[in-house]
Design a protein around this ligand. Sequence first.
Ligand code: AMP
Length: 558
Amino acid sequence: MEVPAQASNGNGGHEYDIISWFDTLSKNAAAVQRETLCRILHLNYGVEYLKKWFGDMEIQDMDSCALESLYASLVPLASHADFEPFIQRIADGDTAPILTQQPITTLSLSSGTTEGRQKLGGRILEFIYSSKQFKTKCGLTAGTATTHYYASEEFKIKQLKTKCFTCSPHDVISSGDYKQSTYCHLLLGLFFSDQVEFIASTFAFSIVQAFSSFEDQWGELCSDIRDGSLSSTITLPRMRKAVLDIVSSNPNPHLASQIEAICREYRASNWYGIIPKLWPNAKYVYSIMTGSMQPYLKKLRHYAASLPLVSADYGSTEGWIGANLDPGLHPEDVTFTVMPTFAYFEFIPLYRQKQDLTSAVDFTEDVPVPLSQVKLGQEYEIVLTTVSGLYRYRLGDVVEVAGFHNGTPKLNFICRKNVILSVNIDKNTEKDLQMVVERGSQLLCKHGAELVDFTSHVDVAHQPGHYMIYWEIKGEVDERVLSECCRLMDASIVDHGYVVSRRTNSIGPLELCVVETGTFNKILDYFIGNIGAALSQYKTPRCTDNPMLLRILNLCTF
Ligand code: AMP
């Protein structure tokens, strides 16, 4: 099969090449997938992990169809736990070909063309953050995938080729203190405000988080712009120097007064539409807004008003998966078209358990199928085989086939696979919880308050066991309204196991705990400070058993 050469850059002139390249790929998705698998297996032929299953079998001359079925019959499905001992050996300095033939140099830890641009290039106000990179025993660099990316040559090349530069220098992105970085991102975003072409982050949470800080810090930001100074709260020397190098030579009292006037006016309407007002040349907001980011959409829309929200692509540290080919769609309607060259994909058909109340699993599974055999409307768990040494790796994401682009599927992201709420025979996923919380928060909104963030916990220490939902809210509502929200959420859980258990009182009434303002920031601080998470990849845990988190939540409950 002939595939046209891939376009060399994203600089406008080669758009046709990219489209025709992808068109050919997607029309021949099944063959491209087989070729991708052959490429990965030939590249890594003889590595310890594959030898375990293939033995000394000669696969080099095998026909691609035969190799595809042999692979699925010999190599088992595997989860993160199965790969952990191999990855540990690599981290500890074992240089033998364990998972890949090429030496591994970096370990990524899992948990981002406009027309009419100025000649010199535009700017992106990007709320991006690196966590600390560290060295394993044998000197390999480890850190989150986004951390490696922001430090890479590719990140620089992307900016040069698209002529769109992030407002903040690397010392701001990599400071390791997300509060100080956020302040500097905002300051530099305002400083370059007339050049900013779009606002972006990896996950939408970071933008909402940044504008929530902006609501408190605009006064100080304006002083810094007026005087060409930097707030004394920014204490990290390298970041201070990098930001002062930009702002100190250019105090801008006129811009500061303009921003101040806008903020005074917009504060009165709870900051509705502040993004397009402060960045009048921005054309859209770009971020992952699907899956566990959906609860932040409402607030993002509030800040962005009529500015389009463009939902970013679908991928993971383990491997990139699909692209949003219709950037004009509302985030709620976005699907991700699988790129058949990114990895070899398999799909485990999942069926929701409705009848069998004694089952311990939320889904029953069927035999994995290749990409070319997925069916419209069916839910699947994604399995990846990648060049970087993952073989039949279960990603844990549930997707639904929403359509096809030629021969490659368009996926709806549904949820992470694990059941998050279960006392006994009841099973509710992250998506189920989101829908229930959405119902409750609609009622909250009617009474003039808003939901800032939420999580949940299953309390089985007290009988009968029950679900607890923790809410941080903004605004005042009385006890009566909260009781009604709680009742409404309890009644909105449609899972049959839950409904039956509630009726027999083997599950107690849902409990709503309202926590103090700032509680979810404390949780974020805990993850970033103790677990080494990076804000760029942070996702609020929607259900927790973590004793530290529960301690924070319970101490902060009114
Ligand atoms: P990480 O573990 O930090 O690499 O994050 C990867 C995970 O984030 C994926 O496995 C998904 O669960 C989630 N994710 C990534 N992109 C999207 C997207 N566009 N929509 C929904 N969830 C996503």
